[in-house]
Design a protein around this ligand. Sequence first.
Ligand SMILES: Nc1ncnc2c1ncn2[C@@H]1O[C@H](COP(=O)(O)OP(=O)(O)OP(=O)(O)O)[C@@H](O)[C@H]1O
Ligand SMILES: [Zn+2]
Ligand SMILES: [Zn+2]
Length: 805
Amino acid sequence: MAEIAQIIVDVPTMQTNRPYTYQVPEQLEHQIQTGMRVVVPFGNGSRQVQGFVVGLDDQTAYDGELKSIISILDLNPVLNQELLTMSQWLADSCYAFRISCMHTMLPNVMKTKTHRRLKIIDELDETDLFELFHGQDEIDFEPENMPDEIVSRLLKLKRNQQIEVVYSLTDQAKSKFATGIKPLLSFERLEEERTSLRKTAKAQSELLSYLQSMIGSEIKLSEAREQTGLSNAIFSTGEKKGWLEKIQIETFRTPKALLNDAKKPIPELTADQQTAVDAICDSIQSTDPQTFLLQGVTGSGKTEVYLRSIAETLANNQTALMLVPEISLTPQMVTRVKSRFGDLVAVLHSGLSNGERYDEWRRIERGEAKVVVGARSAVFAPLENIGLIIMDEEHESSYKQDETPRYHARNVAKWRSDYYGATVVLGSATPSLESRARAQKGVYQHLLLPERINQQPLPAVQVVDMRQELRKHAESNFSTELLDEIQIRMSRGEQSILMLNRRGYSSFIMCRDCGFVLQCPNCDISLTLHMDTHTMKCHYCGHEEPIPKICPNCQSHKIRYYGTGTQKVQEELQAIIPDAKILRMDVDTTRRKGMHEKLLNSFGNQEADILIGTQMIAKGLDFPNVTLVGVLNGDTALGLPDFRSSERTFQLLTQVSGRAGRADKTGSVIVQTFNPDHYAIKLAQHHDYEHFFQMEMNIRHRGKYPPYFYTLQISVSHEEEAQAAKAIMNIAQFLKPNLDKNSIVLGPTPKSIARMNRKYYYQLVIKYKQDTRLHQLLTQMMDQIQKQSRHGVQISIDPEPQNFI
Ligand SMILES: Nc1ncnc2c1ncn2[C@@H]1O[C@H](COP(=O)(O)OP(=O)(O)OP(=O)(O)O)[C@@H](O)[C@H]1O
Ligand SMILES: [Zn+2]
Ligand SMILES: [Zn+2]
C-alpha cells in the first residue's frame, strides 16, 4: 500500500496552515518521519517549496492523483512531536502562519530559504541587461521590493521567454566535522594482526593495542594522536591494513565562557528563600504542578532560588529551561548557572554565532544538555521531559516578539508546562500587572522575598527636579547633587552607575534658525546622529546619509545637535571631572562580540569609577562596590502614547536603583527628571511596588485596559495612503457589528509613525473581556484578506501588543 505524507508547505497563506497531502516516493516509503523537512511541488507549474512532514498515513482514504515529494532535506526530524503539536496552537493563537512558527523554532542556520532568482535564458538588449540585471546573468527576484515599472518590464521579458524564475533551495545548515577513527576489527582479530607483525613494527603494535582499548567507540584523530603519541602516518597505515576506518565526527564549538568563572560556594538559604524553594520543590515532585510568581526585591537572592530548583529538577531526572530577558545583557546570570551545573548547561542567545547556536541546539536535542539558559526564542529549545521552566524578570517586554509570529514567551512556557506537567516560576522585583493580578486571584502561587540578602535597606532614592536645575545654571546633563555624589564616591574608592535612557550620540539635529529637523525620506521620523560612523541614520528602515553642515532648508550654519547620547554625556562628565575613569556601555561600544563581557569585567575589577550606559545596565548586574546609581533622564518614557508607559518607567527605575548597595555598603540613587511629581517616579522613589500596583490597577480599570481587558491590535499597510485607510475602514465596518457588546474598538487611526519603509500604516485596537466569536472572526478575516492580497494590502494582528506606537 502506498504511503502518503501530510505536509505543511512553506507558502505563507492561512489556507496552508492545514497540511497538504503528498505521495511518498516508493524508494523512501516508511523512511520519512514526521518533523522532517522535504521539498515538494506546489501549485501549477514547476514551483518547488519546502515543507515539514506533520503526518504519515497509508493511502486508503485517498483516491485521485497525488503529487509526490521531490526530495527530503533532513535525515532525521528537526522538530519533535511536541513542537509540531505546539506549532498548530502557536499559529492559531498568534494569527501567524504555521510555517513561520516552525521556522521560528529552529536555529537560524537551519532555516532553508526558498531563494528565488531570475535567470536570463535568451539574449537581452543592452538597456534591459544593465538596468535590470546589472550586467549579470542572474539576479535575485524580489517582486515585493521592486518598483512596478521594473516588474512590468520583467513580466514582458518573461512573456517573450527571455528570462525565467528559478527556485533554488539553499540549506545553510553546517555542523562542524572533524576526522575521527573507529576500529574495524574485533578484539581477537586485532590480536591476530599483532602476532603476525614484524618485531620491529613497534608503532603498529601500539596502534593495535590502542584500537583494542577503544572497541565500540570512536574518537577524534587529533585526540587519538595526543593520547598515543603516534604519527598520522601510522594511523593511515592502520587504515590501509583495514584495522580502522577514518570517519567524520561532529564536533561542537563551545561558546566562550562568559566572564571568569569564579566558583562561589553555595550559600545557606535565608528563611524566605527556603520557604520559596520548598514550595517549588514540592511542586516539582507533585503530580499537580503549580505556577509561581516569585516576587523578590532587587538583591533578595532570587537567582539562588532558581538554582536550587534546577538542582531539584535534575535530581528528579527532568530537564529545566531558564529564560532571561536578553542574555548578552546578563552575562553574570549565565556564569552563575554554568558554574553550578557545568556542561549540563546549554546557552542560547543572540550574541552567539549561528554556528555556536546550532551546536548548543544540537547538544540539547541529543539530550546532552539538560539545563537551557536563553533569551526569548530559547523557549523553543528542543528539551524533552521538562520539569521546570523559570522566567526571570518576567515583566520584560522583550519576551514578546514584535514581529510575526507575535508570541509571548510566557504563553509558550505555559503551553509547554501543560504538555510536560512542568512547574513554572515567574520571577521579578516588579512583576507585570498581568502576573501580579493573577497572583492576587490565586491563579499563581505568590512567593515573596521582601528583604535584601545583606539585611541592608533598599537604597535611598533622591529625585532631582531638572526644571529647577536648568533655571540655576546653563544646560547640562548633570545636576549639582549628582556631581557631588559622584565625587564623594570617587574619594571613597566606590563606584557609580549612570543610566541614560537612549542611544546614539544625540537623538536628532535641528536648525536653530528655521526649526528644520532632518527626517528620513522613507519614514515620518527624525534621523539619529551616529558619531561612530559620522552619519545620520533612520532607526526604522536603516536609511543612512551624511551629517549636513548647513541647513538644507534655509542654508543657515546654525544646524545643531539636540537631545543627548551616552557618548556626549561621557564627554561632558569627563570635562567636569577630568580624573574620573569612565566606561561607557551602549549599542555602539558593545557591537563587537565579547565587548559586553569585557566592559563588565573591567568595571567589576574596579578599573573604572563610573559606568555610563543605556537601559542595558539596568538589569541583573551585581557589583558589590557600586554605591551610587544616577538616572540622567528618569521620565523620557512617560511621554510615549502607550498605557504601559508608567509601568515601564516604574520598572526601569526600580531595576536600576537595585544595582546600588548590594553588598555590605549602603547605596543611594539619584533620579533626574522633568516630572518629579509623577506617581510612577514618586512610588519608585519609595520602592513601593504594592502601592504602585493598586494605583495602576485603578487606572487600568477605569480605562478598560489590561489586565481587566485583553487588547489586540490590527494593522494594515500599503504604499498608497488611501488604500491603507480604506482597508482599515473596511475591517472596522466588518468587525463592529459582529463583536460582543462589551468589546471596544479604538480607532482606526494612522499609527503614530504613520509612514515607514515607504508604506503607510493604519491601525485599530480592540479591547475585549470575553468575546467568543472574535478569534474565529479574525481568523476568517485574515484568510480572506490574504486571498486578495494582490492589492498589496498587508495586514497583521498582534494579540496583546507591547507597543502601541
Ligand atoms: N542565601 C544567601 N546567602 C548569602 N548570599 C546570597 C544568598 N543568596 C544569594 N546571595 C547573594 O546575594 C546577591 C544577590 O542575589 P541575587 O543576584 O540572586 O538577587 P536577585 O534577587 O536575583 O537580584 P536582582 O533582581 O537585583 O537581579 C548575590 O551576590 C548572591 O550570590
Ligand atoms: Zn526610515
Ligand atoms: Zn534652517
